[in-house]
Design a protein around this ligand. Structure first.
Ligand code: GCO
Ligand code: MG
Length: 402
């Protein structure tokens, strides 16, 4: 089998997605997600100008060699644009191979290690009362694990929370929106929020929280320690993740489990976190972390050090990434949990897929390959719209991590 050509489809059915379709001389094609939220067209250009021309004539079954060709061959290794582009090709090739062999992808990754994939959803409220309502609503929907985020009195625009009645979707059309940040207000609010939620719902439901990169190590240590009585499943992105050594300080002070990695692009962003056992869950995405080939290696390293996976699954990753994650989740021995932020129905229509949700779990389904397709006609009706993630400033105007 040979690759004949590849094409890129950019569409915006409620939000932007970049999809790579790789075609072969046997008529089988594979899909890869290439969406980098807020920087979409950089990946489009990287793929169009520098990657697609090199694919023609290659055997799509050689996933490892093609990965190394694109990684080593670029000379300029790593970085989100490069690794997202490589991931898109890698996903598409694994999709082709599994379709050609007529098996669901998980059969090529070690088969089933479990029957179903535990997921966590998002409960976001504008204030603690609204947040509790959202938690209770999601318990009724069958979720067994819930991420809890709430608007904080006196702060404009808190991460993870939309206006009442609206769905939270990272990235908005137009130029970046500005949010406000105040560490002191946040630190005194969050433990009280979890105290209230735990008292109301009891111990059974797993609770998670995302601090979204905003604290210093000692502030994060205080938060982790104050949250201990409420038994979080994890505290996510407590500190900015560029400096892996930060997690040493945090780890010395708290037993609250730590999750990090949604913005990592390779194992070299987290090798210390893994080998020093500074984290409990790795959130690297198949999409931004170099694809199935590279995530497999990273997850296997993590397994040795008792670090489990908790792949990123926000709505800015297309159903193609969700499917790839689910095949990995089903097969990796050290799977922990999968984020599930359901796409809008229109997105599911543009990307018809075999995976489905039932009773707090996702199932990848048994369709050959990834089990996702793209409805080109429908996609064509929703052209790309420039959109940005928000930015964040402290009360005095200082730029802060969003
Ligand atoms: C999460 C993430 C997202 C990101 C988003 C950025 O835990 O799901 O933090 O909400 O902010 O993916 O594009
Ligand atoms: Mg996050």
């Amino acid at each position: 089998m040979k690759i004949t050509h590849a094409e890129i489809i950019v569409c915006s059915p409620t939000r932007n997605f970049v999809t790579l379709v790789v075609h072969t001389d046997e008529g089988i094609y594979g899909l890869g997600d290439a969406t980098l939220n807020g920087r979409e067209m950089a990946v489009v250009s990287y793929l169009q100008e520098h990657v697609i021309p090199c694919l023609t004539g290659k055997d799509p079954f050689n996933t490892e060699d093609t990965w190394q060709f694109l990684y080593k061959g670029a000379y300029w290794k790593r970085g989100p644009v490069t690794m997202t582009s490589i991931a898109a090709v890698d996903m598409a090739l694994w999709d082709i191979k599994a379709k050609a062999l007529n098996v669901p992808l998980y059969q090529l990754l070690g088969g089933k290690s479990r029957e179903k994939v535990l997921v966590y959803c998002h409960a976001n409220g504008t204030d603690p009362h609204h947040t509790l309502e959202e938690v209770e609503k999601h318990i009724e929907m069958g979720y067994k694990a819930i991420r809890v985020q709430s608007g904080i009195p006196g702060m404009r625009g808190t991460y993870g929370v939309a206006k009442k009645g609206e769905k939270y979707e990272p990235a908005t059309p137009g130029l970046p929106q500005q949010y406000e940040w105040n560490t002191e207000k946040y630190l005194s609010f969050v433990p009280r929020l979890f105290e209230m939620i735990r008292n109301k719902i009891g111990e059974e439901i797993l609770l998670l929280h995302d601090a979204h990169h905003r604290l210093t190590p000692i502030e994060a240590a205080r938060l982790g320690r104050e949250l201990e009585p409420y038994h979080l499943f994890w505290l996510e992105d407590p500190v900015s993740e560029e400096l892996q050594e930060s997690f040493r300080l945090l780890r010395r002070h708290t037993t609250t489990p730590i999750a990090v990695g949604e913005i990592f692009s390779s194992v070299f962003d987290c090798h210390l976190l893994i080998t020093e056992q500074l984290i409990d869950y790795l959130r690297m995405t198949v999409l931004h972390g170099g694809g199935i080939t590279h995530i497999l290696k990273t997850a296997h390293l993590a397994e040795i050090y008792n670090v489990r996976t908790g792949f990123h699954g926000a709505t800015d990753l297309s159903p193609v990434t969700m499917a790839a994650s689910l095949h990995l989740d089903l097969s990796l021995h050290n799977f922990g949990i999968q984020e599930h932020m359901p796409h809008e129905p229109l997105v599911d229509e543009v990307f018809p897929h075999a995976y489905f949700f039932a009773g707090g779990y996702l199932y990848p389904g048994d369709a050959p390959g990834l089990g996702v397709d793209i409805n080109r006609q429908l996609a064509g009706k929703y052209p790309y719209r420039p959109a940005y993630l928000p930015i964040n400033r402290r009360d005095d105007g200082t730029m802060w991590n969003w």
